[in-house]
Design a protein around this ligand. Structure first.
Ligand SMILES: Nc1ncnc2c1ncn2[C@@H]1O[C@H](COP(=O)(O)OP(=O)(O)OP(=O)(O)O)[C@@H](O)[C@H]1O
Ligand SMILES: [Mg+2]
Length: 415
């Protein structure tokens, strides 16, 4: 491989891209910088020059570029080391740019790293309901990260108090509640809703989630706080299992092996479990075991083919805190850890990664995200409505969406 280093010299290399008028030039320079770091600083500690990856930088928009590197063969450890190495190589040279690990290509020969301008905020600030409406089954988390709900079911959101767990759960819930399936045309030529999402919930905390359920038209049997006189937790879970089984039966009639519930037109079934682990400890042992067994079953069913998901919120990221042993935890595709977490908690949630301790302030919504589609956990800031009384607005928007879904499904059932 022949390389030109006409604008660099050994040990000296300085770029400050922020002042560059041309974005095209900025990305070209990034590409050269990465090339240079790989070859001259040997940040991958290569012993053989043949292994030197080819680097391609593609401009996405004025703030983002995708950096692709050809990986010779299995270099998982290299892939993991590369993002911090490249970020370190940029430091002091290209201002506020950092490399974030992105995705492995389908053929696994390419790794995509996102070059992001860390002085730019990637937080989503929705201003109206339409900003929450998902495209297909895609749940947005910030401007950089989103999740296909039909192939990544199961969400665990853990973190210290005030870290933004409930807001995150509501962000996800609202997007789920707006995933209405449409097809055909009505007399006005508009596409008709054929199915609206279903919601079930357990709020052991008896907090804002229970209040939200209670202020909506949600049938009383769909949710509980586990208190005497309310539906049994087991009973509510049975209703969700029933829905899953109904969908699985319909799914088994479809020939395609890659079909999932979403692809054949089902709207999501969502189960919210607020402060699940601590609540579990208050149930009689037999019942608690039964409940855990059912959650495991639901998480597994969700993984195999069903759209929708379980959103489990917990302060403590531990088996006791979440009520879930690590084998059950593995059935959840998406793990979110917010605010302050102890190292053991990060290990429980995202095993195998040594994540740095972050002093994320309370009420900021910052956290780590990890799921099946990511190489390594990424930092991100959850979305937050750009409105006065944002918490209240979000809650009311969800209540309206739930009520509309119930009305739609009731009307469909009559037809
Ligand atoms: N992504 C965000 N961006 C900006 N502010 C946020 C974000 N998420 C949460 N907040 C702020 O932080 C406050 C606390 O968030 P939230 O109620 O979700 O925390 P929590 O983790 O559920 O706390 P608790 O453990 O007490 O239930 C919210 O009222 C909101 O004002
Ligand atoms: Mg909360």
């Amino acid at each position: 491989m022949r390389r030109r280093y006409d604008d660099s010299s050994w040990g000296q290399f300085f770029f400050d891209v922020r002042g560059l008028p041309s974005f095209f030039g900025k990305f070209r320079r990034l590409q050269r910088l990465v090339d240079w770091s790989l070859a001259h600083e040997n940040i991958l500690h290569l012993k053989n020059w043949d292994e030197l990856p080819r680097v391609v930088v593609d401009k996405v928009d004025d703030f983002n570029a995708v950096l692709s590197l050809s990986i010779v063969d299995d270099k998982t450890d290299v892939m993991l080391k590369l993002a911090p190495a490249i970020s370190a190589a940029f430091r002091g040279r290209v201002g506020a740019w950092v490399a974030r690990p992105g995705y492995v290509s389908d053929d696994e020969n390419w790794v995509r790293y996102e070059l992001v301008d860390s002085s730019h905020s990637y937080q989503l600030r929705p201003e109206k309901l339409a900003d929450y409406r998902p495209h297909g089954d895609e749940i947005k988390l910030d401007q950089m990260h989103s999740v296909h709900a039909s192939s990544n079911s199961g969400w665990i959101i853990a973190g210290s108090t005030g870290s933004g767990k409930s807001i995150e759960a509501l962000n996800i819930l609202l997007q789920f509640m707006l995933m209405r399936r449409r097809s055909g045309k009505d007399s006005k030529g508009e596409s008709k809703v054929v199915e609206a999402p279903l919601l079930y919930g357990v709020d052991f905390k008896r907090g804002e989630m229970a209040k939200l359920f209670a202020s909506s038209d949600l049938p009383r049997e769909n949710w509980t706080t586990g208190a005497p006189g309310e539906p049994n937790v087991s009973y509510v879970l049975d209703l969700v299992i029933e829905q899953h089984e109904k969908r699985q039966a319909e799914l088994s009639n479809v020939k395609s092996i890659t079909a999932n519930s979403w692809k054949i037109g089902h709207a999501p079934v969502v189960l919210i479990l607020e402060e699940f682990g601590s609540g579990l400890a208050t149930l009689p042992k037999k019942e608690a075991e039964d409940v855990v067994r059912k959650v495991k079953l639901l998480a597994m069913q969700g993984r195999s083919s069903l759209s929708g998901g379980i959103i489990l919120i917990s302060q403590q990221a531990s088996a006791q805190g979440t009520g879930l042993t690590t084998d059950i935890l593995q059935q959840f595709s998406n793990k979110i850890g917010k605010g302050r977490m102890r190292p053991q908690e990060r290990q429980y949630l995202m095993p195998g990664f040594e994540l740095s301790e972050k002093a994320w302030p309370k009420n900021s919504g910052w956290g780590y995200l990890f799921n099946d589609a990511l190489n390594v956990p990424v930092e991100y800031r959850g979305m937050f409505p750009n409105r006065p009384n944002a918490d209240e607005w979000l809650g009311q928007a969800i209540i309206k969406a739930i009520n509309k879904n119930i009305a739609i499904n009731a009307k469909l059932a009559k037809e």
